[in-house]
Design a binder for this molecule. Structure first.
Ligand code: KE4
Length: 428
C-alpha cells in the first residue's frame, strides 16, 4: 500500500475551504485517527484512491451501492436521462414509474413522496405523524440515527456518537422537550414513556435493525411489542428504513420481520447512489400531505429526473434478480470466517448481523443497545481499522457504523478480508 501522500495533500487543502475538510463528519476519520482517504473512482466492489491503492469496499457509500459501484445499468440510465435535461421542477413520468415500483415492492404503503436525503425523509415523516395525529411528542431510541434534523439529535448514533456529542448544540430546549428517549430492545422503557406522556405521543420512530451503533438486531418480539403498544395508544409506528429499505429484502424490514409500520422512510439504495430519500404510508396518512392535505413538505430537486433514473434502474435490478440470497450467502460466509479467526485469537469480540448488514465489536458483552455498544474497545477498533486499510480493505472509520456488503464482492475478496482480520488480531 503506497502511503496516502496525495490523499493527505488533498485533505489539507480541503480543510481550508470545507469545515473539517469533509461534507459529512463521519468521513473525517476522527474516531480512528489519520487523514481520510480521497477516492478517485470506484467500480464493482473496489475503490481506487488518489494514491493508486485499490480497496475492497465495505462501506459502499454508507449503503447505496448494494450492487457494487458504477453498476452499468444505473450509469447508463443516468447518462441517457442527462441528455434530456437535468431538472425541470415539473412532474415527470419517471417519478410515477419508480413510485409504482417501490409501492409494489414494499408492503403496507399506497403512496410515496420523494425527497433528497434520509434526513428529509425522516423529518417529513415525523411532521406528517404529528399533523395526522394532532400530537407533538416523538419517541426515539438512544443510539439510533435518523439524520441531522434538530429533533433527532438527542442521543443520536452514527457520526453524532462518534464525536461524543450525541446531543448537538443548536438544538433548542423547546425542540428537545418533544423528543423522548427510549432504550433499544427494551419495551419497558417505551411503556414508561407512554405512561408518563398519556395521549401526547404522535409517533415512535425506530431503525427496525439499528445500524448506527454498529448493527443491532431487534430482539425476538420487540418490534411486535412496539406495534401492539402503538395500536393500543393510537401512536404511529415509523420505520426508518433508510439503511434497511431495499437492502434486507425487497420489502425491507417490514417484509423480513412481518411487522407493518404506519410510515416508512427510505434513502441510500432507493437513489442508486444519487441523492434520494422517500417516505411512504397508506392513503389515509399520505393524503394528509400538501397539496392534498394540510401538512406542508416540499423540495426544489425532489423527484429529480437523474436521481429517479438511477433509483429506478437500481430497484428494477433488485426486483428481478436474486441479489438478496446471494448477498446473504456472502455475508454469512464473511461472518463465519471472521468468527473463526477471532475465536482462535482469544480477543473478546461480538459480531452482529442481519442480512448484508454486519458489525464487529471488540467486547465480551452482547451488543443490544446504546450502552452495550459503547463498551467496545475503541483502541482495538482503531488498530483493526488501520490494519485493514493498510491491507487494502476499507471498513467504516467508526465502531458505531455497520459494514454494508455489495453483491459485486467475490469470495476471493471475502477470503482476503478474513485472512487480514486474522493477521491483525494476532498482533493485538
Ligand atoms: P442522510 O440524510 O445521511 O441521507 O440519511 C440520514 C439517515 C437516516 N436514517 C438512518 C438509519 C441512517 O443511517 C441515516 C444516515 N446514515 C449515515 C451512516 N450511518 C450516513 C453517513 C453520513 O452521515 O455521512
Amino acid at each position: 500500500m503506497s502511503i496516502y501522500k496525495r490523499s493527505s495533500k488533498l485533505f489539507h487543502e480541503a480543510t481550508q475551504y470545507i469545515p473539517g475538510g469533509v461534507n459529512s463528519p463521519v468521513r473525517a476519520f476522527k474516531s480512528v485517527g489519520g487523514d481520510p482517504i480521497f477516492i478517485k473512482k470506484a467500480k464493482d466492489a473496489y475503490l481506487y484512491d488518489e494514491d493508486g491503492n485499490i480497496l475492497i469496499d465495505y462501506i459502499n457509500s454508507w449503503g447505496p451501492m448494494i450492487l457494487g459501484h458504477a453498476n452499468s445499468k444505473v450509469v447508463d440510465a443516468i447518462i441517457e436521462k442527462t441528455k434530456l435535461g437535468t431538472s425541470f421542477g415539473t412532474p415527470t413520468e419517471i417519478e410515477t414509474e419508480i413510485a409504482k415500483l417501490a409501492v409494489s415492492m414494499v408492503p403496507n404503503i399506497d403512496k410515496i413522496r420523494f425527497v433528497n436525503s434520509g434526513t428529509e425523509a425522516c423529518m417529513s415523516a415525523v411532521r406528517l405523524a404529528r399533523g395526522f395525529t394532532g400530537k407533538d411528542k416523538m419517541i426515539k431510541f438512544a443510539g439510533c440515527y435518523h439524520g441531522h434534523s434538530d429533533s433527532f439529535l438527542i442521543q443520536a448514533g452514527s457520526g453524532a456518537m462518534t464525536f461524543g456529542s450525541p446531543n448537538s448544540p443548536g438544538v433548542t430546549k423547546g425542540t428537545a422537550q418533544d423528543t423522548l428517549l427510549a432504550t433499544y430492545n427494551n419495551i419497558e422503557s417505551v411503556q414508561q414513556l407512554i405512561d408518563a406522556n398519556k395521549n401526547e405521543i404522535a409517533c415512535i420512530i425506530i431503525e427496525p435493525v439499528a445500524g448506527n451503533m454498529g448493527c443491532i438486531p431487534p430482539k425476538a418480539g420487540f418490534l411486535q411489542d412496539l406495534r401492539s403498544l402503538c395500536d393500543v395508544n393510537n401512536i404511529l409506528l415509523v420505520f426508518d428504513e433508510v439503511m434497511t429499505g431495499f437492502r434486507l429484502a425487497k420489502g425491507g424490514a417490514q417484509e423480513l420481520f412481518g411487522i407493518a409500520a404506519d410510515i416508512v422512510c427510505f434513502g441510500k439504495v432507493i437513489g442508486g447512489g444519487l441523492p434520494v430519500g422517500a417516505f411512504a404510508a397508506r392513503n389515509e396518512i399520505m393524503n394528509y400531505l400538501a397539496p392534498l392535505g394540510p401538512v406542508y413538505q416540499a423540495g426544489t430537486l425532489s423527484g429529480n429526473p437523474l436521481a429517479m433514473a438511477a433509483g429506478l434502474a437500481m430497484l428494477q435490478q433488485l426486483n428481478e434478480g436474486n441479489t438478496y440470497q446471494s448477498l446473504l450467502e456472502k455475508t454469512n460466509y464473511l461472518h463465519e470466517g471472521l468468527h473463526k479467526v477471532l475465536t482462535v485469537s482469544g480477543v473478546d469480540f461480538k459480531i452482529n448481523q442481519v442480512g448484508s448488514m454486519i458489525s464487529l465489536h471488540f467486547t465480551k458483552d452482547v451488543v443490544s443497545d446504546f450502552t452495550s455498544a459503547s463498551k467496545g474497545d475503541n483502541s482495538y477498533f482503531k488498530k483493526f481499522f488501520h490494519g485493514m486499510l493498510s491491507r487494502g480493505i476499507y471498513i467504516a472509520p467508526s465502531a458505531y457504523e455497520t459494514w454494508f456488503l455489495c453483491d459485486a464482492l467475490t469470495y476471493e475478496d471475502l477470503d482476503k478480508t478474513i485472512s487480514a482480520c486474522s493477521e491483525i488480531v494476532s498482533e493485538f
